[in-house]
Design a protein around this ligand. Structure first.
Ligand SMILES: Nc1ncnc2c1ncn2[C@@H]1O[C@H](COP(=O)(O)OP(=O)(O)OP(=O)(O)O)[C@@H](O)[C@H]1O
Ligand SMILES: CC(C)(CO)[C@@H](O)C(=O)NCCC(=O)O
Ligand SMILES: [K+]
Length: 247
């Protein structure tokens, strides 16, 4: 079985594949939580492991060490590249492009073989543009919902509310009549506005001739704006499998 992990800034997403099929997986918020979650699944026999991390080298090495010790397997870590799988990295310094973005772009191009706009709604929101010939043009990074709401909560005196009322507030998009509604809906509209500007740019480049890929925890909050977009929650894993093939 292959164990694969996507180590983001807030969460680690993991899953175990048996003959290419996901047999278990989850989302955890710490290394210890990850090991515990995997050990809690009966009859998981991990033989190979691959991961992508946007964390610091120290944090990533420490996670790799825990996996090696606990499961006795080698760990392949996705590495930056100037070009791979038909995609050319568009960054001036290719190694500075976030590896999750690089894998998502490789995954999207693998699935579409056409021009694509890749939108990731995680802790940060990112957009990446890939032309039909595989040239990555670059992209945009801005705060996602978790960062936007935390900035407001941290830097104001009177914005305070709990997670449950936040969830409730997002069920509608009319102007907020409570603080929680005003903040949650305001941040959501920022994110949705971002989507519109990215679409506008993609249309300037490619007309109607491109595919939109959505991924990340908050992708569901914009899906209705893009009926033709492909919501691929495991897009980073698609790219990871392309760049770190395992038997
Ligand atoms: N099952 C889930 N687990 C964790 N977060 C979720 C889940 N479903 C939705 N979310 C939302 O997704 C967002 C986090 O997205 P995601 O997990 O893609 O990012 P991340 O790994 O924290 O960050 P990044 O990949 O950008 O470094 C949060 O706003 C969270 O509320
Ligand atoms: C932007 C994030 C945080 C999104 O997860 C990640 O891709 C990252 O840390 N990137 C490095 C900076 C860059 O991509 O230019
Ligand atoms: K991500």
């Amino acid at each position: 079985m292959i164990l694969e992990m996507d180590c983001g800034n807030s969460f680690i997403k993991w899953r175990a594949l048996d003959a290419g099929v996901a047999v278990s997986g989850g989302v955890v918020d710490s290394d210890a939580g990850l090991i515990a979650a995997i050990l809690a699944v009966p009859a998981l026999c991990i033989t190979h492991c691959r991961l992508v991390s946007v964390r610091s080298d120290d944090e990533t090495s420490s996670l790799v060490a825990s996996i090696v010790t606990t499961f006795g397997v080698d760990v392949q870590c996705a590495q930056p590249a100037k070009a791979a799988a038909g995609v050319s990295n568009g960054y001036e310094e290719y190694a500075r492009l976030g590896l999750d973005r690089w894998l998502a772009v490789v995954g999207a191009f693998e699935l579409s073989r056409s021009a694509c706009l890749v939108l990731d709604f995680g802790t940060a929101v990112t957009a990446d543009f890939v032309a039909a010939d595989g040239q990555h043009l670059g992209g945009f990074i801005c705060p996602g919902m978790p960062l936007m709401r935390d900035q407001l909560r941290t830097h104001t005196r009177r914005i305070r509310y709990d997670d449950l009322s936040a969830e409730q507030a997002l069920l509608q998009r009319t102007p907020g009549r409570t603080t929680v509604e005003a903040v949650e809906r305001g941040c959501l509209l920022m994110m949705r506005g971002f989507v519109l500007t990215q679409l506008e740019l993609a249309r300037e480049y490619w007309g109607q001739d491109f595919e939109v890929f959505l991924t990340g925890g908050d992708a569901g909050q914009v899906k209705d704006m893009l009926p033709d977009a492909r919501l691929v929650q495991d897009l980073v894993f698609v790219g990871l499998a392309v760049l770190c093939p395992l038997p």
